[in-house]
Write a protein that binds this ligand. Structure first.
Ligand SMILES: *[C@@H]1O[C@H](CO)[C@@H](O)[C@H](O)[C@H]1NC(C)=O
Ligand SMILES: *[C@@H]1O[C@H](CO)[C@@H](O)[C@H](O)[C@H]1NC(C)=O
Ligand SMILES: *[C@@H]1O[C@H](CO)[C@@H](O)[C@H](O)[C@H]1NC(C)=O
Length: 514
């Protein structure tokens, strides 16, 4: 793979007949390199591009880049057919062709079910060939918004609890397109890798603790981790219904917001959406794509712990510079804040997060597997037995299954798990929530992904935006976190920051660290 990978583009020649009778030739080109939803829709409108051509361009990039990057686990065999249907709708001027995501090719993390020709496996061979009862609710919403399901993105197997960052049995190790020797982070690794490398227009990931925010920042893209329940988890291979959330991973804040608008909403099959859907503002989230979004926002800077966890000269210097930018854009910066119990959260596993996740995973996974139409595994015990039998075939011996095995020994939400749940509620209330309320903050800003656990245990939303590159080209993000339902403010802040900085650049596929 070379640096400056040549992106395919389509040139179409338009002929215009002037009144004088002479012909002039006007050449227009559409390039998928960094193309946004707006760019694509404009190209459709100007007849510079068809949906079929667009899908062909992305399939071409996948064909070329994916053998190395391994961000895509399957492509949709029907993608071109769906694109042709979108073209017909547009040509006929059908109402569907005005939809927010019409003709936009999207990749879904491999734990998001589709009832089509594709598999839904969380990266594991154990679920290959299984049949899901229906599309995940978010997939139904995407299709209703006009999107084309381009394929499934690879991921850290079972959302990261079996394997390290970005590895799954089915695709092997996903690669960071900025620095091939570096981690892409997980568990929504493939979603972030693929949009970073322009193998898809937009993507969906899921987060239980860090799985959208971390890979997004490592691959220099925007990730939105919504308030738990804002997006339905129905049809998503679960880890913890208390913490799981589905959210967009895209190249720009605006694209992520258009995708969020499409997927957020009440679903009778996910109880948590009843409460959280009340947070969705009339008119959706795109109204908060306000270039002056930072004006008068109260932003809390938490340096304690976070500055040494994000310890490189570039990160530290960039963060200081960004704080200046936030101020210049009109934000009220409240510096040097402390989350009083952060040490307990970071050092003492948030009072038992892992234990709670193990118990919740066993219950939720068993329910998910029992709901499949056909499957060779019907329980966590079956999955472990499958892995033991097939780990040779997978060549994955180095990746044990200690979390899975430990989850198997749990007995529901027992006394100990309840104590862990109580601990997390208390840590959240007495730490982050208290700070946010006492200092009247709109968001906390950090240079390190460790904020993910704070957001995870409280069900809070967060957004990461590209914030710079280290001397070896490795990307890093800035993180904004807020209280439940604070997406409108977080979007204004993230968009304001992005528009003032415009840091993201496409990857150069560097082979080595410098
Ligand atoms: C789903 O898995 C089956 C079994 O390995 C495979 O034959 C099929 O091609 C997969 N589907 C896609 C779309 O890759
Ligand atoms: C962070 O960087 C400083 C300065 O280079 C160094 O002294 C310190 O040990 C580092 N901290 C960590 C946690 O790596
Ligand atoms: C909950 O917190 C208490 C006090 O810090 C601790 O002793 C206990 O072990 C925690 N519970 C779990 C399940 O970790």
């Amino acid at each position: 793979m070379t640096t400056n990978s040549p992106y395919l583009s389509i040139s179409m020649v338009f002929l215009a007949l002037l009144t004088s009778g002479s012909l002039i030739v006007v050449s227009h080109a559409f390039s998928i390199k960094e193309a946004t939803i707006r760019d694509i829709h404009l190209a459709f409108k100007l007849n510079k591009l068809t949906s079929r051509q667009l899908v062909e361009l992305y399939l071409g990039e996948i064909h070329k880049l994916n053998p190395k990057l391994r961000g895509v686990i399957e492509v949709n065999p029907d993608a071109l057919k769906l694109a042709e249907k979108a073209d017909q709708e547009r040509e006929a001027g059908a109402a569907r062709s005005k939809l927010g995501l019409h003709g936009i090719p999207i990749l879904l993390k491999d734990n998001i079910a589709t009832k089509d020709k594709m598999n839904t496996t969380a990266g594991s061979f154990a679920l290959v060939g299984s049949v899901v009862p229906r599309d995940a609710f978010v997939v139904t919403k995407l299709i209703k918004a006009g999107a084309i399901i381009l394929g499934k993105a690879s991921m850290s197997e079972w959302a990261g609890i079996r394997a390290p960052t970005g590895w799954c049995a089915r695709t092997g190790q996903g690669k960071n397109p900025y620095l091939l020797s570096a981690e892409p982070c997980g568990s929504s690794s493939g979603s972030a890798i693929s949009v970073a490398a322009n193998m898809a227009a937009v993507s969906l990931g899921t987060e239980t603790d860090g799985s959208i925010l971390c890979p997004s920042s490592y691959n220099s893209v925007v990730g939105i981790k919504p308030t738990v329940g804002l997006t339905s988890r129905d049809g998503v291979i679960p880890l913890s219904p208390r913490q799981d959330t589905v959210g967009p991973i895209c190249r720009t804040v605006a694209d992520a917001v258009y995708v969020l608008d499409a997927i957020a909403g009440f679903d009778q099959n996910d109880k948590a959406t009843r409460e959280a859907s009340k947070y969705i503002p009339r008119g959706g989230y795109k109204q908060f794509l306000n270039p002056d979004g930072l004006k008068r926002k109260r932003l809390g800077i938490v340096r304690h712990r976070f500055s040494n966890t994000a310890n490189s000269t570039q990160v530290t210097e960039a963060f200081e510079h960004h704080i200046q930018t936030l101020r210049q854009q009109g934000a009220v910066v409240v510096d040097n804040l402390k989350i009083t119990n952060l040490d307990d959260i970071v050092e003492r596993d948030a009072g038992g997060e892992e234990l709670a996740l193990e118990a919740e995973f066993k219950l939720a996974l068993n329910t998910y597997l029992k709901g499949l139409i056909t499957s060779r595994v019907r329980s966590l015990a079956d999955v472990i037995a499958f892995n033991n039998k097939f780990s040779k075939l997978e060549k994955t011996k180095e990746y044990g299954q200690s979390f899975l095995e430990s989850a198997l020994t749990t007995n529901g939400i027992d006394h100990e798990v309840k104590s862990a749940l109580l601990n997390m509620t208390k840590l959240s209330r007495d730490g982050f929530e208290k700070l946010m309320k006492e200092k009247k903050l709109d968001a906390v800003v950090t240079p390190a992904v460790y904020i993910s656990t704070i957001l995870a245990i409280g069900g809070f939303p967060g957004i990461t935006v590209p914030a710079g590159y280290g001397s070896n080209g490795f990307p890093f993000g800035i993180y904004f976190g807020g209280l439940k339902g604070s997406e409108p403010k977080l979007i204004e802040i993230a968009y304001g920051f992005e528009q003032a900085t415009k840091i993201r650049k496409p990857p150069s596929f560097k082979n080595d660290s410098v």
